[in-house]
Structure formats: C-alpha cells, structure tokens
Design a protein around this ligand. Structure first.
Ligand SMILES: Cc1ncc(COP(=O)(O)O)c(C=O)c1O
Length: 416
C-alpha cells in the first residue's frame, strides 16, 4: 500500500469500531464511504464556532464569516467538478435531490419533451423522470443493455430531434466499470439535446466528474466521499442553468416580487441562487470541502490505482471459486470500484448468505450489499434479480477481500 493511501486509511475511525463485539470488514463503500475525521471535525467546528445565519440574509460579521466559508466550499466543489465557475454549482442533498431538481426544473417544450436514459440509471435518476412521464409531461425512452453496458448504437438511435435530455450514469452501481460519457454527450449534442451524468459512483475514486467530458449537468453525493450525509452538488453549465425554472422555491431565491391587479410576479435570482431555497446545510458543506481537500492531498491517481488493484486482486481470487459468477469483463471492472456476483450453485440463497456474513463468522462480520441495488432498470434489462456486491475504497486491503472469499467458500461448502 502506497504511503499516502496508508496515511489516509488511518483517518476513518469507524474502521476500527466494534459492532456487537465484532470487527467490521467493510465492502459496502458504493452505498456510502465511511466518514473522514477531518470532515466530521470541520462540520463540528462550523456548527459550534459559527452556527449563524447563512445565505446572504443578514449582514453582520458572523453572517459574513458564514458566507465566506459557504463560498469557499462552492469554489472547491466547482474545481472538483470541473465547472468554469462556482456560480454553476447548486448545492443539493446528493444525487437523488439533484436529479429531482433537474427533472422538475428542466425546460421541456412540446417540440422537445423526450428523455433518453441509459439502462444503468439508478432509481434516483430514473424515478423523477418516470413520474413526469407517468403524468404525461414527457416521453421516456430507455436504451438497451449490451454485455451489461449501455448499447451505445441503440442509444444513438433513440436520440432524435425531440430529445431534450439524455441521462447517462458515469459508473454503474450494480455492474461496476465506467461508461463513455464523452460519447454519450456527443450523441446528445449532435441532436441538440443536453446530457446529464450521474457521477455518484465515479466521483469518489476518479475525482471530479463528467463536466470534464462534455456533460451539461452532473451530480455527486458527498456521503460517498467520506463527507457528511445530505451534502453534494449539481453542476449545471451556464447555458443550461439560465433556462432552468426554479423548482423548490422559497427564501433566498428571489430578486423581487411585485403585484399588479391582484397578481404577483416573482423574479428569481440568477445562477445557483434561484435553486437553493431556504437554509442550507452550511456545516455539512464545510465538512464536504474538508473531505475534498483531504482526497486531493492524497491524490486521486493514488486512490484510483489502489482501488483498481483491489478489484483486480478480488477478480483473481473469485475466479477460483466455483458456484458464483463474476458479472462483467475484467477490463471494464478494473475501471470501476465494485464487483457484482451472481450465485450459480443450487440452493444458494442471497439473503441467507448475507445472514451468514453477518452472524456466522468468528470475531468479525462482512458488510456487503445484496439485492437489486436500486438499479431496477438494469435488473430488468439483464435478468439478474439480485446480486452480491463488493465495493472498495481507499481504506480497503486485499485482506478484506480474502476474508470475503474465505467466507464465501465456507458458505458454498455448506450447500449440498
Ligand atoms: C449510481 C448512483 N446514483 C445515485 C445514487 C443516489 O445517491 P444518494 O442516495 O446519495 O442521493 C446512488 C446511491 O447509491 C448511486 O449509486
């Protein structure tokens, strides 16, 4: 393990905690990354040392100090996401919040009201658009899968002159790997449509996101980067941002309200300000900024290389296990941070195996994710109704994988 990675590994206190007297083997970072000490400390310091009014509402020294930190966090997130300006960053509670915001504020017109989705979209992205489609406001099209990846030719054929938006997850949370956002953005742009990328699984190990690959909008979740829950951001390119209609409205979003003949006219603030209604998660965002600074210091290249090494190591070990199948191709999986397994041996019960990992191992338990992973589109398209997902981050070691493989072999040996 490289020195920078081993120094970083020491900064996740939950790794050393015991639960019911048992040691944690954590292979569920795709769900959430354990939290970084510096992020928690920054949040605490902000809450107790500032804790005042934010969002340009009050004008006193405490409010100015709050605003300064808030803007510094925005600038750091903008740099992380590859935005041209901090004004293109809307803080959100994560990707779910970002996708709901985008779906409900997007400027669909009768002539352009189609949304094309990759088959790998998480429910966080799929469902907000599915709701609009169910209400008859848009038409939804889903591209097919090809070898557990989006069929890019078919995606291209679905995009046309009525397409307003293409949603394309950058890294799948069920099949791993990494997808060609630049190509998807190109297909969307050629048809005059916009491209949104879900960077939830991409950002933590690659650093940054799809803005650098031509996406018009993209989002990530802070809790998947060791930062406080309910932090994250939606980047929207200036040209699109100016066309979005604020959706969650309220305090802090309005430039002016006028009334004439009993009717109110509301003028919303431009850029991010029209979209951040009400009090924001200022302290959480201080934590997010601290987490981003820490990973930057470690270097995303180091994180990436370490995680890719763990995936490779796990694939080698799993290749020798009979009774399960690793989903996906080696060269694809090495680009991502997770591996999904499908049971093949008769009698294998995924819920029972999960119980086994949690209750039947001596002195430790193994946290993995089993089920559909909120990736219902991918499950429907692939026919895999449940998988066992191992996901890695900078703090994992080959010993974690060895622990899992050992447990898997033991469980398989119990089946007749
Ligand atoms: C690919 C992907 N998109 C979106 C989400 C939703 O993220 P959040 O729950 O942080 O809003 C997740 C969460 O696991 C995810 O993996």
């Amino acid at each position: 393990m490289n020195e920078k990675i081993s120094a970083l590994k020491k900064e996740f206190p939950a790794l050393g905690a015991r639960f019911g007297g048992k040691r944690l083997v954590y292979l569920d970072s795709a769900c959430t990354v354990l939290k970084l000490s510096c992020a928690a400390e920054a949040q605490r310091r902000h809450l107790l040392g500032l804790g005042g009014c934010g969002g340009k509402r009050s004008f006193h020294a405490l409010a100015s100090a709050m605003e300064e930190e808030f803007y510094a966090a925005r600038a750091r997130v903008a740099a992380f996401m590859g935005a041209e300006s901090p004004e293109e960053i809307i803080f959100t509670a994560g990707v779910t919040d970002a996708a709901n915001l985008l779906a409900n504020s997007f400027p669909f017109t009768p002539a352009r009201n189609e949304v094309v989705l990759s088959p790998l979209e998480h429910n966080a992205v799929f469902l907000p658009f599915e709701r609009l489609a169910a209400a008859g406001r848009i038409k939804l099209k889903v591209a097919p899968l090809k070898g557990l990846k989006p069929d890019m030719e078919a995606l291209g054929r679905l995009i046309g002159r009525r397409t307003a938006l293409v949603c394309f997850t950058h890294a799948s949370n069920i099949f791993g790997g990494r997808e060609d956002v630049a190509r998807a953005a190109d297909l969307a742009h050629k048809a005059g449509a916009f491209l949104f990328s879900d960077d939830a699984q991409y950002a933590p190990t690659h650093g940054g996101g799809a803005a650098l690959y031509g996406a018009d909008a993209c989002a990530f979740s802070g809790h998947k980067l060791g930062a406080p829950y309910c932090t994250g951001a939606l980047y929207v390119k200036r040209a699109l941002l100016g066309r979005l209609r604020p959706w969650r409205v309220g305090g802090g979003t309005v430039e002016d309200v006028s009334v004439s003949g009993g009717r109110y006219t509301v003028k919303y603030l431009g850029n991010y300000q029209g979209f951040e209604a009400g009090v924001q998660n200022y302290s959480g965002l201080a934590g997010l900024a601290a987490a981003l600074a820490r990973f930057e210091k470690c270097g995303y290249d180091n994180i990436r290389a370490h995680v890719s090494g763990l995936v490779e190591d796990a694939m080698k070990a799993l290749a020798e296990v009979k009774g399960i199948k690793v989903l996906g191709r080696r060269e694809d999986l090495l680009e991502g941070s997770l591996i999904s397994l499908a049971p093949e041996k008769k009698g294998f019960s995924v819920p029972d195996f999960n119980l086994f990992l949690n209750h039947q191992l001596k002195g430790r338990f193994i946290a993995v994710r089993t089920g559909r992973h909120c990736a219902d589109l991918a499950c429907l398209a692939s026919g895999y109704r449940e998988t066992i997902r191992l996901s890695f981050f900078a703090y994992n070691t080959p010993a974690d994988t060895a622990c899992f493989v050992d447990a898997l072999k033991k469980y398989l040996s119990l089946l007749k």
